[in-house]
Design a protein around this ligand. Sequence first.
Ligand code: UT7
Length: 328
Amino acid sequence: MTSKRAIITGVGHYLPEYVMSNKELESYVDTNDEWIRSRTGISERRILKDPDKATSYMAERAALEALDDAGVSADEIDAIILATVTPDYMFPATAALVQKRIGAVNAYGFDLSAACSGFLYALSNGGMMIESGRAKKVLVIGADKMSAIVDFTDRTTCILFGDAAGAVVLEAGEGGGIIDFVHHTDGDEQCMLYQPAGGSLRPATEETVKNNEHYLRQDGRSVFKKATEGMADVSLEIMKRNNLTGDDVAWLVPHQANLRIIDATARRMGIDKEKVMINIGKYGNTTAATIPLCLYDWKDQLSKGDNIVLSAFGGGLTWGAIYLKWSK
Ligand code: UT7
């Protein structure tokens, strides 16, 4: 079994250059820097300004960096799983655009839609492809251009999100890798966080655009409550299943939606704050990109054998956790 575990051999990222500060948001909506920082932990976020560039561009850049880090060439990749809620098009899949641009001529690719849990779902499924022996090298990408679906006149959401991409290369290896995962979905609360129009139920019309239904909507307070419970519960669930205590966990890699949710999760897990990867202050919530972005930012501090818990909660509702032993 150990010889067929999926290990992360390369990590990459892409962040747009443009920094949008809380101060700038004050000129669009009735908000202020103090409110945003104290309620969310966010100081600034990156925005992909170039109108000719979209999620595929950021995903491509992150993928190329991950391949380089792994020392793997694009034509060795068997599969590409791209988690996103902001694909360039409804179809074809953004993974197909990335496959072409990076030259992954032997790979098949598809998009995975699980909002903020997208990267975790993609990572665990990529891991199973490796474990089954059907794939030798899998590229897992989390990328979102949230600024494309954020309503910059809605102060309850526009302050939260940013644009970015992160990617990892998975290969078969020994001595660690993806040990376990727990994922959940609850469609009962599908409208707590969603994009009302633009899909096959409500295709874009003059009316849907006039009503701003092509932008994301969130019942923030309800999602906050669910996320605080869900992310902590699922993190404890995976620790319990693998007999891990807070002391055994070297790093918590939480989805970056709100600093208060992250703090609550770490507290319930019994993990010191120094062991929690937090970069929400600089990037905001980049949906599928938050977790690989953390892995990128902390990659030089990770040691072989570190027990890492990845944990996320998002629209769907979707939530989950992965137990990973670092082996690079
Ligand atoms: O990644 C996917 C999952 N998403 C999440 O996990 C996000 C979860 N939700 C949250 O992070 C928080 O609910 C928010 C940050 C969105 C909001 O924070 P909150 O502490 O739940 O605030 P609230 O919605 O209870 O609003 C408190 C007050 C309200 O005013 P009143 O009714 O008390 O007068 C809001 O209208 O704050 C007001 N408010 C704002 N004020 C200044 C809401 N947004 C803003 C704003 N600036 N941007």
